[in-house]
Design a protein around this ligand. Structure first.
Ligand SMILES: *[C@@H]1O[C@H](CO)[C@@H](O)[C@H](O)[C@H]1NC(C)=O
Ligand SMILES: *[C@@H]1O[C@H](CO)[C@@H](O)[C@H](O)[C@H]1NC(C)=O
Ligand SMILES: *[C@@H]1O[C@H](CO)[C@@H](O)[C@H](O)[C@H]1NC(C)=O
Ligand SMILES: *[C@@H]1O[C@H](CO)[C@@H](O)[C@H](O)[C@H]1NC(C)=O
Ligand SMILES: *[C@@H]1O[C@H](CO)[C@@H](O)[C@H](O)[C@H]1NC(C)=O
Length: 413
């Protein structure tokens, strides 16, 4: 599998991205009755995987000016076989756009893909006008020793400016995901190599994104927070893009950097962070940076707590709880699954074989009961610390509703 991918990418370094697609696409199109040759539909539109586009792909491929039809629908009248006249184009084709070479089924070079997709988007007025969510995941090949293809750490010179131009022309952009490129890899942060080009390019244009309310960031990208004055929801994303170890100093911790950056915008009410390094000073910093928080999702492990352990050690949980008490507006709290909270439950055998057959069913039943018991125990430990504003407490998959149900008594009081 990996060999196959590598070969493809080596091909891509020799030819341009469009040459790369040709042999596969022409074979596929002749099978499915599409015209032979590269698609007439711009790749960024195919990347949306919008159901209407997928469903009408064959007809659309036969419309000679399909790009104009989709991107500038007011400007031209096209009638096409298999479509009613006028063609009823859904108005949400461009609501989610992707600059992403890291999705299943996509084998493209990171920088090259970003340049081509952004140029396509820039040339498509309807996309700029209506895009509400932009997902950026530029996987730069060559970041690990396992990767035979290499791309430079520094983006092409025109890319940051092109990004800024496109972003500043998207008045409806509400959700912005920037997972990569980031200044990180599996082996830790390499501070200031990749993201700084974008930070500098955006700052030179004084880029602000006033419509953005929801920002999802990979590591080392915290300086994007201050571009979004109307931000209400901040989230970490990108999974493995974040470094795994947890013994950071407060100064080098990329999670701490994100939390501190959040202090720069005033209205964040929801914060979700997944890290192996939840510890008191990190949670204190969350409280200080985002005092208006109503929804807090603590994902990951508590300060490097040993997962899947039967050992009873809720000390790590107990050092965090008094800080949670002090969140003045907290309504919804998510804690990690119960097997990560140190209440003496290891989550059961992670191996599926243990659950097969007669004895397997018996084992599954006992694991389910232990899980319930452990969740009750964790709830018992946690509840006394919950602020009076709290409405729901979620531990792993289990949600406890703390809003008193409105019964006859509620009316009397
Ligand atoms: C950005 O803002 C600075 C200071 O407000 C100003 O001097 C500069 O001309 C602005 N740059 C652009 C590209 O608007
Ligand atoms: C924030 O969003 C509101 C509309 O939701 C808009 O009127 C306002 O201009 C935005 N704020 C900033 C600082 O751009
Ligand atoms: C924060 O929210 C309040 C109330 O919703 C609003 O009046 C204020 O303009 C917002 N501040 C910013 C910076 O968007
Ligand atoms: C982080 O700072 C706190 C005080 O704010 C200190 O107690 C703690 O030891 C520091 N942690 C690390 C890992 O440097
Ligand atoms: C949780 O607390 C209740 C009430 O004090 C108690 O009856 C129950 O046994 C406790 N559950 C566990 C698992 O500790």
């Amino acid at each position: 599998m990996r060999l196959f991918k590598t070969t493809l990418l080596l091909l891509a370094t020799q030819a341009s991205a469009s040459h790369l697609q040709l042999p596969f696409q022409s074979t596929l199109s002749s099978w499915f009755g599409r015209p032979i040759g590269p698609s007439r539909i711009p790749t960024f539109i195919l990347d949306t995987q919008h159901p209407w586009v997928e469903q009408h792909r064959n007809q659309l491929e036969r419309v000679p000016n399909v790009r104009e039809l989709l991107c500038n629908p007011e400007s031209i009248q096209v009638s096409a076989p298999g479509f009613p006249d006028p063609i009823p184009i859904p108005n949400d084709i461009f609501s989610s756009l992707y600059v992403d070479n890291n999705r299943a089924g996509i084998s493209r070079l990171g920088w090259n893909n970003a340049l081509h997709r952004l140029r396509e988007i820039q040339a498509c007025p309807a996309a700029l006008r209506t895009c509400e969510s932009l997902n950026v995941d530029i996987y730069r090949h060559g970041g690990s020793e396992w990767d035979d293809t290499w791309e430079p750490a520094t983006p092409p010179a025109e890319l940051p400016g092109l990004f800024a131009d496109v972003l500043s022309q998207m008045p409806k952009l509400k959700k912005f995901d920037w997972v990569r490129p980031s200044d990180s890899g599996e082996y830790g942060l390499q501070v200031g190599t990749t993201v700084s080009s974008f930070v500098k390019g955006f700052a030179e244009r004084n880029l602000t994104l006033p419509a953005v309310e929801h920002l999802l960031l990979g590591p080392g990208c915290e300086s994007f927070v201050s571009m979004c004055p109307n931000l209400t929801t901040l989230e970490t994303g990108g999974g493995l893009a974040w470094p795994h170890w947890y013994s950071w100093s407060n100064e080098t911790d990329p999670y701490m950097a994100l939390v501190r950056a959040a202090a720069g915008v005033k209205n964040i009410t929801a914060f979700t962070m997944s890290t192996q390094s939840w510890r008191p000073e990190l949670l204190e910093a969350v409280l200080e940076s985002m005092p208006h928080m109503t929804t807090l999702k603590i994902h990951g492990a508590l300060d490097g707590h040993q997962r899947y352990s039967m050992e009873e050690d809720a000390e790590k949980l107990k050092t965090l709880l008094p800080i949670i008490t002090r969140f003045p507006h907290l309504q919804h709290l998510d804690l990690p699954p119960v097997y990560e909270l140190g209440v003496g439950f290891d989550g059961g055998d992670p191996c599926g074989n243990a659950y097969f057959g007669e004895s397997g069913r018996e084992y599954a039943r006992s694991v389910a009961l232990q899980s319930l018991h452990a969740t009750e125990k964790a709830t018992n430990i946690t509840l006394p610390y919950m602020p009076p504003t709290l409405k729901t407490l979620t531990i792993g998959e289990t949600t406890v509703n703390l809003d008193p149900p409105a019964g006859p008594g509620a009316i009397a009081s």
